[in-house]
Design a protein around this ligand. Structure first.
Ligand SMILES: *Cc1c(COP(=O)(O)O)cnc(C)c1O
Length: 429
């Protein structure tokens, strides 16, 4: 995989270099120059393969020549070590459950793969790498857990004070060891900006061997393409084309889906679902991109006003938004509708959607009729208990890893929303 910066001002780099650097020197994101396609028949073969086998087939096609095959196999096997399950709600509507990893959100796929890929690329090197990550809730704990105890790495998590759910905060502030949580007086976009400016500072970046584990890092995106193939392999879609509804925030998950589509994933279309933070919906509809301040919603991991992966989507669809519209529709679902969807699905199918999947479900209902619909279930509902009415809340079983995190004491450091504050923290600690 050869990559160039979306800002157009840096030379072609390898997957190794893009993974190590996180972001290009010109402030852009690394994006594949060309995306390899599966040969005819290879994708239908996947119906007979397990998820780790599918993941390895996709990884091989994307990363041929970048990581020796035995090492790649080990990285894939170790990072894709929990189940992906397709849960049917009714004929034509399924939830692909991506939340059976250690932090109970789909971000475990990207974080675990990236940690192992980076550790592989840095084997034999001395000194410490600082992984800096901004989180709207789920990324922080996934990346923290992904790198916890990995020698040669420390993780610094930036999260917006008061804007992640209590349980998410417990998860990301109780990892300890080589993982530190910074509680920023600001929004997620502020956290993301602080991180981006730090990466763009060549002195700081080199001195701390700084790398990003946000979905701006290409090693987070690559493994997210794996489960799209799993979804299609497991879907019972002999007659009807597959439509995949993706709950969108920073657009990393959607970008991974679009990469899978370019590799030949047979889907009719994607439904890019947003909450009230609808900059991407407006882009798809109107063709111009205008970042806005994020507003808080029930599906807080999607509260993003300036999604970083928009640059990659534009690079993957260089002929404009019309070509993007051929493969996706985008829609926004309010908190009121989200609650209604949760109640409806519970009443009719006995299933509890998390608020993010409930947004995607709502958008699929509008745009997926008559197809084989798959909603990406990005998190376990127990991570968002405060989003539910008391009666429903009580029927959600809290899985063991969450109960464990709740027992531990929160450890975070308050950080003013200023670049100097972050930079001096990074240099002094
Ligand atoms: C991060 C997250 C999203 C948004 O994913 P992006 O890749 O940022 O678009 C959706 N749902 C949940 C539960 C998340 O944690």
């Amino acid at each position: 995989m050869k990559l160039v910066s979306t800002a157009g001002g840096s030379p072609v780099v390898s997957f190794e270099e893009a993974t190590k650097r996180g972001m290009a020197g010109d402030g852009g994101l690394f994006c594949p120059v060309q995306i390899p396609e599966f040969r005819r028949g290879e994708i239908s073969e996947m119906r007979r393969m397990s998820f780790p086998e599918i993941a390895l087939a996709v990884a091989r096609l994307l990363l041929k020549g970048e990581i020796p095959d035995t090492d790649l196999e080990k990285i894939v096997r170790e990072s894709m070590s929990f189940p992906v399950t397709l849960h049917p709600l009714r004929r034509g509507v399924n939830v692909l459950e991506l939340f059976h990893g250690p932090t109970l959100a789909f971000k475990d796929f990207g974080a675990r793969f990236m940690a192992r890929a980076l550790a592989f690329f840095q084997r034999g090197e001395n000194g410490q790498t600082t992984v800096l990550v901004a989180t709207s809730g789920d990324t922080g704990s996934a990346v923290g857990q992904g790198f916890a105890g990995v020698e040669g790495f420390r993780v610094v998590i930036l999260y917006p004070a008061g804007r992640v759910s209590p349980i998410q905060e417990q998860q990301l502030t109780t990892i300890g060891g080589n993982v530190t949580a910074l509680e920023v007086d600001g929004t997620f976009d502020d956290c993301q900006r602080l991180a981006k400016v730090a990466f763009a500072d060549p002195g700081l970046s080199a001195r701390l061997r700084l790398t990003s584990a946000n979905s701006i890092n290409i090693a987070r995106l690559v493994p997210q393409s794996f489960y799209y193939f799993e979804a299609v392999a497991r879907a019972d879609s002999d007659e009807r084309p597959v439509v995949i509804a993706v709950p969108c925030g920073n657009l990393g998950n959607l970008t991974a889906g679009l990469i899978a589509w370019k590799m030949g994933l047979p889907v009719r279309r994607f439904v890019a679902a947003a909450n009230a933070n609808r900059v991407f919906v407006d882009y798809v509809e109107g063709g111009s991109f205008a970042p806005r301040q994020a507003v808080p919603t029930l599906s807080n991991a999607m509260d993003v006003g300036n999604p970083s992966n928009i640059a990659r989507i534009m690079a993957l669809f260089p002929h404009g938004v019309e070509t993007l519209r051929e493969v996706l529709v985008s829609d926004s679902i309010s908190d009121v509708q989200t609650k209604e969807n949760i109640a409806h699905v519970h009443a009719h199918y006995g299933y509890i959607l998390d608020p993010h999947a409930a947004v995607a479900y709502g958008a699929l209902e509008r745009h997926g009729a008559d197809n084989c619909g798959i909603v990406l279930g990005t998190a376990h509902p127990a991570k968002f208990l405060e989003a539910y009415d008391p009666a429903l809340r009580d029927s959600i079983e809290v899985p063991a890893p969450l109960r464990e995190a709740q027992r531990l004491e929160k450890q975070s450091i308050r950080l003013p929303n200023r670049q100097e504050a972050l930079n001096s923290f990074l240099l002094d600690h």
